[in-house]
Design a protein around this ligand. Structure first.
Ligand code: IVH
Length: 687
């Protein structure tokens, strides 16, 4: 066996190298230069070939292979890393006078030494630092508090504009700093998808970028279309840089970085004096709305890097740079009416309909007024003129009322008392900031919204049924609740539809029924999520399913028992309890059970090898994701605990486990097991 594999190794190594280089090159052209050199089909075939080869010969895979971009590593918590060089922030100002002062002070301090400035866009994203050694990405860390950040290397690898291996000439050891941004188009698309799937949309691209970098499953991060924009090359003190090197200036460093494979903004300019700086600021204050991502200002830096040391630091920030922040764009426009929208959970959201107004590159007509509390706090009256703002984000916000324009007899906005969709009197629960429609079973947007949530990708994943079709099924009187979906018959579906939208044909009907049949295999935790119980998201549903195992134990649980579950707070516990103590919901569960849906976690007991032993799992593993290794422990009869104590038998230690866990295990005499020994223990490693 060994003999054969060593003979085979060389061609495999060559092909792996070749594929790695080719895919890196195609990726570079695609993401940096917008050029597709091969078809998607060819690209996928090459990538698949590389994945297969790496699986066959793991020892030959490059640590920064392009296959790592699809993600796979799962992080429960992120390791804290101390920055080699603190990640400083910049002094910032909204005032041009302070920029003039900055410029005058810099001149004074540099006493006649010739120098220039760079002006560049200040991205509104999340700052990270990437360490490169010998041209390879070795670590990605968030800014954190500037001194210590989170190790997000696995997620960073999935961002196409982060080069994993550098091209051409590069310093042997340096840090690339920049901002991870969520471009508007990708952000909007993701939020639309989240809403369709019943998840809370992100408030703005920055939050979305930050949330994405902290995703536990890097595969999910790979799906987000994040971008890394480099703005700073940090060379360790003492790095030799010749006088003629482009690395002598900040501008030169960024141009060199572009050659290495980084995405660097094309908008950076070298400016000679304050007038040029002001012209740059003026230009971008207007132009910023036409960028594909958000910026919140301009950064001005002294271009000549050797001068940075002479200028030094103030308490928190360098004296050689400053940020000019844009004020949010603001307009005043009359409120024409307030309308009310009803969501899947019955929550009513007031919306301001305003006289159309041009703001930050788009015409604004509508903006959310959030809830009744918001309207009361802002004291919004009928006929008022509202101030609307647009910051670095895209969503316009109502920020206040122009009291000078208020008519003396203006009446407070009348809040809907009846549901605009079904006419049921609205209810406000104490402690809640808004109203909701209690007519769960008779209010159309609630019914269709629940159906839509049920079929969504992360729930039952019935992709042949979209909102339009569900709406149609509801209007035709065929489907009223999610269990009705499983009673649908072929002949009821055929011919359903509209002339414009097209009707369901035989093939379509069969596809719908096949997808429904297939959804019977969807695991219990997702069935639980699909029910759409208020406050029970994807993670909460997983935790509940793991804890109670079957729907029957869950339905019989007391509020106290429910609140024992990790991540399930008192409020959610009460809601879950109430849900399962409502007759109609119990009947629904029984009908879904009768339809063949999974109402218990699949029993996957493989052996009793680990019976009676308690494990704490930490770090990342080669053969398992974090969930998989936990499932494996349980499948072999072991118990899991989240923290090490005297009762722990084994600390199952993966790569990059935090040192604290190890110390604690050693102190308490808990056996530390690596992945290989664990696999031997459960008989999965034959050696
Ligand atoms: S330079 C020591 N350039 O703004 C200088 N920062 O407070 C390092 N930022 O934390 C920063 N775009 O996250 C620089 N073109 C740019 C930037 C930029 C965004 C962020 C960065 C930093 C904050 C400044």
């Amino acid at each position: 066996m060994d003999l054969f594999s060593s003979i085979d190794l060389e061609p495999a190594r060559q092909r792996i190298d070749e594929l790695t280089q080719l895919i890196d090159h195609y990726n570079y052209e695609y993401y940096m230069n917008d050029t597709s050199l091969v078809s998607d089909f060819e690209f996928d075939a090459l990538l698949r070939e590389l994945v297969d080869l790496e699986r066959q010969y793991p020892e030959l895979a490059h640590p920064n292979s392009p296959t790592k971009r699809v993600g796979g590593e799962v992080n429960k918590t992120f390791r804290q890393v101390t920055h080699r060089f603190p990640m400083l922030s910049l002094g910032n100002t909204y005032s041009i006078e302070e920029i003039e002062e900055f410029e005058a002070r810099t001149h004074r301090l540099l006493e006649g030494i010739p120098f220039s400035y760079t002006c560049e866009l200040k991205y509104d994203g999340v700052a990270i630092g990437l360490t490169y050694r010998h041209g390879q990405l070795v670590q990605a860390v968030t800014r954190g508090n500037g001194a210590v950040g989170d190790d997000i290397t696995a997620n960073a690898r999935t961002i196409p504009t982060i080069p994993l291996r550098l091209r051409g000439d590069y310093p042997d050891d340096f840090e690339a700093r920049g901002e991870v941004v969520y471009p508007f188009a990708a952000f909007e698309e993701m939020n639309r998808q989240r809403e369709a799937e019943g998840e809370t949309p992100f408030a703005n691209p920055r939050n979305a970028a930050s949330g994405s970098l902290k995703l536990q499953d890097s595969r999910e991060c790979a799906r987000r279309r994040l971008e890394f924009c480099m703005y700073f090359m940090m060379l360790p003190p003492g790095t030799a840089v010749s006088d003629a090197s482009p690395l002598q200036t900040h501008y030169g460093r960024l141009q060199a970085a572009r050659e290495m494979g980084f995405k660097v903004q094309p908008h950076i300019r070298v400016c000679a004096n304050i007038d040029e700086i002001k012209a740059y600021i003026d230009y971008w204050d207007k132009e910023r709305w036409n960028l594909p991502y958000g910026i919140d200002g301009i950064v001005i830096k002294v271009n000549q890097t050797p001068l940075w040391d002479s200028l030094g630091m103030t308490a928190k920030s360098p004296r050689w740079a400053i940020a000019y922040k844009f004020k949010a764009a603001r307009v005043a426009t009359p409120l024409e009416s307030v309308s009310f929208q009803v969501g899947r959970t019955g929550v009513v959201t007031p919306v301001a309909n305003m006289q159309p107004v041009w703001l930050g590159g788009t015409t604004v007509r509508r903006a959310t007024l959030n809830n009744a509390d918001f309207i009361e706090k802002m004291d919004i009256r009928e006929g008022d003129t509202l101030f609307v703002e647009k910051g670095g984000e895209i969503i316009p916000k109502v920020v206040g009322v122009d009291l000078e324009q208020r008519r003396p007899d203006a009446q407070p906005v009348r809040y809907a008392t009846l549901c605009p969709e079904c006419g049921t009197p609205l209810v406000r629960t104490e402690g809640e900031s808004g109203y909701y429609c209690p007519n769960q079973d008779g209010c159309p947007p609630q019914i269709v919204g629940r159906l839509e949530h049920f079929v969504s990708r992360k729930a039952m994943n019935i992709d042949t049924l979209g909102r339009e079709r569900l709406d149609m099924l509801y209007r035709a009187g065929l489907v009223h609740d999610v269990a009705d979906l499983y009673d649908l018959r072929r002949e009821q579906l055929i011919g359903l539809g509209t002339e414009e939208g097209g009707t369901i044909q035989e093939r379509g009907a069969e596809n719908i029924l096949a997808a429904l049949a297939q959804s019977r295999e969807v695991p219990f935790d997702r069935v639980l999520f699909a029910l759409g119980i208020r406050y029970v998201g994807e993670v909460g549903a997983k935790k509940l399913a793991r804890y109670f195992h079957t729907i029957d134990t869950l339905m019989d649980a007391t509020v106290e028992e429910l609140a024992q579950v990790e991540d399930i707070g008192e409020k959610t516990a009460v809601v879950v309890y109430d849900y399962f103590h409502t007759d109609s919901h119990r009947r629904l569960v029984e009908r879904l059970r009768a339809a063949g849906l999974q109402m218990a976690l699949a029993e996957t007991r493989l052996s009793d090898t680990l019976a009676g032993k308690t494990f704490v799992v930490s770090g990342v593993f080669e053969h398992y994701s974090r969930d998989e290794i936990k499932q494996s422990v349980e499948a072999h009869g072991g118990k899991l605990s989240s923290s090490i104590s005297g009762k722990t038998d084994y600390l199952l230690a993966g790569e990059r486990m935090g040192p604290e866990k190890r110390r604690k295990a050693e102190k308490l005499g808990v056996a530390i097991l690596d992945e290989k020994s664990y696999r031997k223990m459960i008989g999965e490693d034959a050696e």
